[in-house]
Structure formats: C-alpha cells, structure tokens
Write a protein that binds this ligand. Structure first.
Ligand SMILES: Nc1nc2c(ncn2[C@@H]2O[C@H](COP(=O)(O)OP(=O)(O)O)[C@@H](OP(=O)(O)OP(=O)(O)O)[C@H]2O)c(=O)[nH]1
Length: 228
C-alpha cells in the first residue's frame, strides 16, 4: 500500500486545525497538530523542532499541576500551537514560545539558550521569565508592568501563554486551587494581557471570549469567570 500523503495548505490560516485522532481537541491541554497543518517554511519547522527537542529534554521530569499531572511540555507546545493557529510564522517567536519556561522552571541558563538559539530568541525568553527569587505577589505585579513595554514578539508569547493556561483551567483546576484562586488567575491574566493588546487580533479575540464566557468546574460545580 502506498504511504499516506501529507497535504500542506498553501496559506496559513487563523482558524483552528482539526486535531489528529488521539491528540485531543482545542479544549484539551494535549499537543496539537498545527505545526503540520500550517504552511511553515522548512527552515522554520527545523528551528521549531530543535527548540521542541531542547524544551522536552529540559521539562522531561516535570508535570503540570492538574489532577492528571499531564506532562509539562504540553504547555509550551500548546502555547506555540496557539501562535501558529493565529498565523504567526516568525521563527524567533515560535522558538521562544517553546522555550519560554526553560529558564524560569528548569536548570537552563540564558547563556545556554543564546548558544543554541541565538540572541534574539534568548531576549524574548528572558522577557517571558519571572525572577523566581521574588515572592509570588511581586512576580505577578512585575508581569503586569513588564507586559506593557515588552517587545511585540514577547507580547505574542505572553498572550498565547495566558490563553493556554486559561483554556486549561476549563479542562481541569490545578490541585489545591480554590474557586477564588481560579477567579484571581483570570483577573490577573486579564491585567497582563491588557498590556499586550494590538499584537494579535486572533489571540486577543480568543482571550476576550474566555473573559466573557469562560467557565470552570471546581468540586463538581460549574463557575463563570467573573472578570469584567
Ligand atoms: N492553568 C494551569 N496552570 C498551571 C498548571 N500547571 C502549572 N501551571 C502554571 O501555574 C502558574 C499559575 O500558578 P500560580 O500559583 O498562580 O503562580 P506561581 O506558581 O507563579 O505562584 C501558571 O504560570 P504563569 O505564571 O501564568 O505563566 P508561565 O509560568 O506558564 O509562563 C501556569 O503555567 C495547570 O495544570 N493548569
């Protein structure tokens, strides 16, 4: 039997691609198939896979905070996937999306990112990196401030990062979080992403839809997002 043919569309589309069987739908935190569905140039795809291999090795022992403890790498993949769906083809932005938590959450240094992926990617990753020596409240305050003056590449990653975390909250609330804490995350994510507006109509529209209509389930009861 002849091998299946991989059809690549001629143009990048802002609409969500259909997930392959077993990879889940848009409401899941599972890796999606947009890297294959989007018409990215071969050199961009190669750059993306380099970043994906690096990030997957760095995050290999980490899990998300949801009850299923899904693999942490699902998050950076989801962030990059949302950017591709929004029509972003810039290799620096997409690599930075895949790498955005490596310095913050693993033993990766900025020098390592610079050596492997260059100065431009390293700069965007650093713009998306919290100083983990600070208390959580201060880190959150700084994220709100930093979003306003961030580069457009970092703003795109920040929009997709918050979109993925908010969408993931609809799927499952992290272990130990109360309903109030979920509401507080929605409210804080709104403040951060308000600083990133004018960067991607697709991502901003998807975020606004969550702020307007977002729901989550906590201890068997459905709650509405209270962000106004
Ligand atoms: N929704 C959700 N979030 C999870 C999950 N597992 C880990 N997280 C991470 O938890 C962070 C939010 O937790 P908080 O308690 O509010 O923040 P903190 O750890 O920095 O104090 C998010 O990071 P962030 O600061 O918003 O961004 P980033 O670290 O992803 O860049 C998110 O990435 C999960 O299962 N669901």
């Amino acid at each position: 039997m002849a091998p299946p043919t991989l059809t690549v569309p001629a143009t990048t589309t802002a609409s969500a691609p259909t997930a392959a069987p077993g990879l889940g739908s848009g409401s899941s935190s599972c890796p999606r198939t947009s890297f294959l569905a989007a018409a990215l140039p071969a050199d961009t795809l190669q750059a993306l896979f380099q970043a994906l291999v690096f990030a997957s090795e760095k995050h290999s022992t980490q899990r998300r905070k949801d009850p299923e403890q899904t693999p942490y790498i699902n998050h950076p993949i989801g962030v990059a996937s949302f950017l591709v769906e929004a029509g972003v083809t810039d290799a620096v932005t997409l690599q930075a999306a895949l790498l955005h938590d490596t310095i913050e959450d693993t033993d990766t240094s900025a020098a390592e990112i610079q050596d492997h992926f260059g100065e431009a990617v390293c700069r965007v990753v650093l713009e998306c990196t919290d100083d983990m020596s600070l208390p959580a409240d201060e880190r959150k305050r700084r994220q709100v401030l930093a979003a306003v003056t961030a580069s457009s590449q970092a703003k795109l990653v920040k929009l997709a990062d918050k979109l993925h975390n908010l969408q993931d909250l609809r799927r499952a609330v992290p272990v130990g979080w109360t309903a109030d804490r979920v509401q507080a995350y929605y409210a804080w994510a709104k403040r951060v992403t308000d600083g990133c507006t004018g960067t991607s109509a697709v991502l901003e529209g998807r975020l606004q839809d969550l702020f307007d209509h977002g729901t989550f389930t906590w201890h068997g009861r459905e709650y509405k997002c209270l962000v106004v």
